[in-house]
Ligand binder design. Structure first.
Ligand SMILES: Cc1ncc(COP(=O)(O)O)c(C=O)c1O
Length: 347
């Protein structure tokens, strides 16, 4: 079975390897958590207010939104709901355009689905024709990520429309929008016209709530209800419920982080140009950089200086590549200084 290659627990340095908000959450979140009463912790959590707040933020009806314990739980719920082989029936297929968030592969395998990978184009533009050609009568989930992880490259929304029209009646198209805040693009407003699409969102990235685990799925009840049915009833805890409302109420904090992400990417692109490293322009809060034969030296040199970045070289199409979080400007500057030191010292 494919196991998730969980990154080691490195908390003693600068974490630029898991696409987190290294500035942390809004101070308003901590204030809200400090106000939690013992009885609120003692009771099973209520979800109506948090669901309303998330639905309002995303511009949808609360009935079209299901809170999840991180988007990870939503993805596993989707796999359990749609990719388990029916007794005596054909094995459901999950279609994954690569390179992709590795959890899609892992969850498909865990539930016994069949993984169909579509290999990337050299510049990571979306391989629409290949994806359409890979759809079969057994396709049950198409896993899309916009903007993509680990490339940071966005896909055209029209590709989602075309895939949605082409899949079998029993299938869903999942659009993972974990990094949508950074791109400023979403498929959510089109969901009424494409009722077999489910959009996934997380509060781990732009809102800095990764440690609390909260995300959501958005879609029509016909496609969302089978997922709701397999997710534990109280999987989102009261701290996450309180935190997400406080985070959503502090848009100034969000916008400051989004501004820093833009500036960080600009600084990193310029630094890569200076040292001659290829990179892909990213619409997310990280950048995929091709370090080629300098990859190991860079990952180790950065770690020796207390900065963690992620080796993605084993992902399809990512030979020699690493992924670097580009959030808080001061953190990006620290990485750039380390990178220049390591690469200049290298023979
Ligand atoms: C594309 C994508 N989807 C989902 C997730 C998981 O998000 P969460 O922290 O909400 O489980 C991540 C986290 O890295 C991601 O990159």
């Amino acid at each position: 079975m494919t196991a998730y290659d969980k990154p080691p627990e490195l908390y003693d340095g600068l974490r630029l390897h898991q696409n987190e908000n290294t500035g942390g959450c809004s101070p308003r979140v901590l204030e809200a958590l400090a106000k939690l009463r013992p009885d609120e912790v003692g009771f099973y959590p209520p979800y109506a207010a948090a669901t309303r707040a998330c639905a309002q933020y995303l511009g949808v009806d609360p009935d079209a939104l299901a809170l999840t314990n991180g988007l990870d739980e939503g993805i596993m719920g989707l796999a359990v709901a749609y990719l388990r082989p029916p007794v005596g029936g054909p094995i459901p297929e999950a279609l994954v355009p690569e390179p992709a968030f590795e959890i899609f592969r892992v969850d498909t395998d865990v539930v016994g689905g069949h993984l169909v990978q579509v290999m990337p184009t050299p510049d990571f533009t979306f391989a629409l024709d290949e994806v359409l050609a890979a759809i079969t009568p057994r396709t049950r989930v198409v896993f899309l990520t916009n903007p993509n992880n680990p490339t940071g490259v966005s896909m055209p929304l029209d590709a989602i429309r075309q895939i949605s029209r082409r899949v079998p009646r029993e299938a869903v198209v999942f659009v993972d929008e974990a990094y949508a805040e950074f791109a400023g693009t979403t498929f959510i407003s089109e969901l009424p016209a494409f009722p077999n699409v489910i959009v996934g969102r997380t509060f781990s990235k732009a809102f800095g709530l990764a440690g609390l685990r909260i995300g959501c799925l958005v879609g029509a009840s016909a496609v969302l209800d089978p997922v709701r049915a397999v997710i534990p009833v109280y999987s989102v805890n009261i701290a996450a419920v309180v935190a997400v409302q406080a985070a959503l109420a502090d848009r100034g904090y969000l916008h400051d982080y989004l501004r820093q992400v833009q500036e960080s990417k600009r600084l990193l692109y310029a630094a890569c140009d200076r040292v001659g490293l290829k990179y892909w322009k990213s619409d997310a809060n990280f950048v995929l950089v091709c370090a080629g034969d300098r990859l190991r030296a860079l990952v180790k040199g950065a770690a020796d200086r207390g900065i963690y970045i992620r080796d993605r070289s084993s992902e399809p199409g990512c030979d020699g590549c690493l992924r670097i979080g580009t959030g808080i400007v001061e953190h990006t500057r620290r990485f750039i200084a380390a990178m220049e030191e390591v690469l200049c010292a290298a023979p």
